[in-house]
Design a protein around this ligand. Structure first.
Ligand code: BTN
Length: 312
């Protein structure tokens, strides 16, 4: 979906403004009200009482001036939208947020699911005056920024290399960083999805163990978390632009849920066991096998604890 359906856009705008739309104004084709988790009454479609939509004014006033902010009621994927925008008018220093993604993208070609108005789906575009291969470890730097923002809210989470955010062996958030070469360097398209209030209906469609901030008892609003995450990202990007991944090595190793533990690497369909021995300066994972340590890169492998059976 690159062209939003005008009828759905109009219906959702009305839901945003007055909390409901008459059923006969809901489009007959495309995404259903039920798919979005809206309440369908006899004659109207309503926003559930416990859904608090993003507030663009609040976000614009709270976020650093450096960022231009765009809020969409729905889109296929905020990463795809930022890349499309970049080809037209530039994507640097821009933040896209949406209430719902109809085709959210995860790593390794997976889909990323979420409910309308209940989770965070955001993409920040940041340009680095560096070539693509000089950006090693960037996705882990994003993971650390997310962890730092969550920690301020009392949520104790861990990273699984390169950048999955886990709490007690359940996935809380995911990160998809895509790199686009530009005339002067590289645009990093930094996509972040956080399960804030994932419904059981969505959770049951996800092929791995997941959790959400509400299930963990955290009550922070989505807007405040977006502000905390963006602030933390911009701070980390400053340090990364100056000094690369080196200042983050220690923080990553102590946040890594598999540090010094046995893990299974799935490399081109083949599984191998090794001990995780931290990350290196390029952001690669150091794995010890039979007394020898080698470095693997995130494009090559997926990683899971040695005790689990299913790839995560
Ligand atoms: C993963 O863990 O597989 C990465 C998930 C990344 C999801 C986010 S949601 C916002 C942004 N837009 C996308 O299409 N994906 C990322």
């Amino acid at each position: 979906m690159t062209t939003p359906d005008p009828a759905l856009t109009k219906a959702l705008q009305q839901v945003r403004e007055v909390g409901y739309v008459l059923s006969h104004d809901w489009p007959h084709r495309g995404i259903t009200a039920r798919e979005l988790g809206l309440n369908e009454g006899a004659s109207s479609v309503r926003l559930p009482d416990d859904v608090q939509l993003h507030d663009l004014n609040y976000l614009q006033n709270s976020l650093p001036d450096q960022l231009s902010v765009q809020l969409l009621d729905y889109i296929d994927s905020t990463n795809s939208e930022l890349i499309r925008r970049h080809t037209k008018s530039g994507g640097a220093d821009h933040l896209i947020l949406t209430e719902y993604q109809s085709a959210g993208r995860g790593r390794r070609g997976k889909v990323w699911l979420g409910d309308y108005g209940r989770n965070i789906a955001m993409t920040m575009g940041i340009e680095f005056p560096l070539t693509l291969n000089a950006l090693g470890g960037l996705s882990s730097v994003v993971g650390l920024a997310l962890l730092q923002a969550l920690e301020l809210e009392g949520v104790d989470s861990q990273l699984k290399w390169p950048n999955d955010v886990w709490v007690k062996e359940q996935k809380l958030a995911g990160i998809l960083v895509e790199l686009v070469p530009t005339k002067t360097g590289t645009l990093a398209v930094v996509g972040i999805g956080v399960n804030v209030d994932l419904t059981n209906a969505q959770a049951s469609k996800i092929d791995q163990s997941v959790t959400s901030l509400r299930r963990l008892g955290a009550s922070i609003s989505r807007d405040d978390l977006v502000v905390a995450v963006c602030t933390s990202l911009l701070k980390n990007f400053d340090a990364y632009s100056r000094d690369g991944f080196a200042p983050f090595l220690e923080a990553f190793d102590s946040a890594h849920c598999l540090q010094d533990q046995a893990a299974i690497l799935v490399l081109g369909g083949e599984s191998q066991e090794g001990i995780v021995r931290g990350v290196d300066i390029t952001g690669g994972l150091r794995i010890e096998q039979n007394g020898v340590t080698r470095v693997v890169t995130s494009g090559e492998v997926s990683l899971r604890p040695a005790a689990t059976e299913e790839p995560q």
